[in-house]
Design a protein around this ligand. Structure first.
Ligand SMILES: Cc1cc2nc3c(=O)[nH]c(=O)nc-3n(C[C@H](O)[C@H](O)[C@H](O)COP(=O)(O)OP(=O)(O)OC[C@H]3O[C@@H](n4cnc5c(N)ncnc54)[C@H](O)[C@@H]3O)c2cc1C
Length: 258
């Protein structure tokens, strides 16, 4: 079974998020890391491979430095990585992002495509639906438990009211929830071995995607304005002059919160 796992290189959680006022886009120039919830998708793929055999291939769209993050998933046990990197991709909204990603997935013809829950920078939790639509494959999202059979998958899907159990024929697309498993830590052997695993970087021409389909040209949305959320007017700022903790306790006591 060939399992493709879509993973994203995102700004590291410790990096202060800044919107570039000129482009109105997130400044992604600093330290990056593998999107945290994508680790659950990688872990699930590895467990499926361990049970059924096959191959786990990472597929990503992003700048060339994304490969550093992909190596972490290779160290966990994924077999190889495919990164689509091209300067023309910058400024791609959801629709423009799905075009090259879906094409890269088509090139791999996986039996199963796994996604994480949401990216920590865009936080759309929607890309998998748009990719499944482009691939014309069934989608089960928010999957907290997954069973794979020869020609179908069954996903236990978390909802506000309980669980839905959904079966879909393969090939299928599954977005896992972060409750599905506990991602493993890469071993030292895995980290050393990751460097020599196949790591392919392709530009748009190599996957047959016209530059007009990506970036601002291929996007269906434009960010017109960005601003801080309006003040609620009831905030209290406590300066810590050594008595900060005391003042916080006092504040909470006054409001009968503790
Ligand atoms: C006008 C505009 C301009 C933008 N410009 C940029 C830009 O320059 N650079 C940029 O990075 N984003 C940009 N974005 C954001 C970009 O469109 C989103 O990252 C994309 O639509 C995916 O949405 P998301 O990040 O909310 O992912 P989600 O839907 O939250 O992600 C769900 C899952 O999809 C997978 N996934 C998400 N993104 C990727 C990816 N790139 N490769 C592989 N798997 C992935 C992961 O498994 C993830 O867990 C822009 C958005 C807009 C509206």
């Amino acid at each position: 079974m060939r399992i493709a796992v879509c993973v994203k290189h995102v700004p590291d959680a410790t990096v202060h998020k800044r919107i570039d006022p000129a482009s109105k886009r997130l400044d992604r120039s600093g330290e990056g890391a593998l999107n945290p919830t994508d680790l659950n998708a990688v872990e699930e793929a590895l467990r499926i491979k361990e049970a059924h055999g096959g191959e786990v291939v990472l597929v990503s769209l992003g700048p060339a430095k994304s490969m550093d993050s992909l190596r972490k998933a290779l160290a966990m046990g994924a077999d190889r990585a495919l990164l689509v990197a091209d300067d023309a991709v910058a400024g791609s909204d959801l629709v423009a992002t799905t075009a090259p990603l879906a094409r890269a997935l088509e090139r791999e013809s996986p039996d199963l495509v796994l996604f994480g829950q949401a990216s920590s920078d865009g936080d759309g939790a929607v890309l998998w639906a748009a990719v499944a639509d482009r691939l014309r494959r069934p989608l089960v999202s928010q999957v907290a438990s997954l069973t794979v059979e020869t020609d179908s998958i069954t996903g236990k899907r978390q909802t506000e009211h309980g669980y839905d159990v959904i079966r879909a024929p393969l090939p299928a697309v599954v977005a896992v929830s972060d409750a599905i498993n506990e991602p493993r830590y890469p071993s030292l052997k895995g980290i050393m071995g990751a460097k020599s695993k196949p790591q392919e970087t392709l530009d748009l021409a190599a996957i047959g995607i016209d530059v007009g389909l990506v970036g601002e040209a291929g996007s269906k949305t434009t960010v017109l304005e960005l601003g801080p959320p309006p003040s609620r007017g009831d905030q209290v700022k406590i300066e810590d002059d050594g008595s900060g903790a005391e003042k916080i306790v006092e504040y909470l006591l006054e409001r009968r919160l503790i």
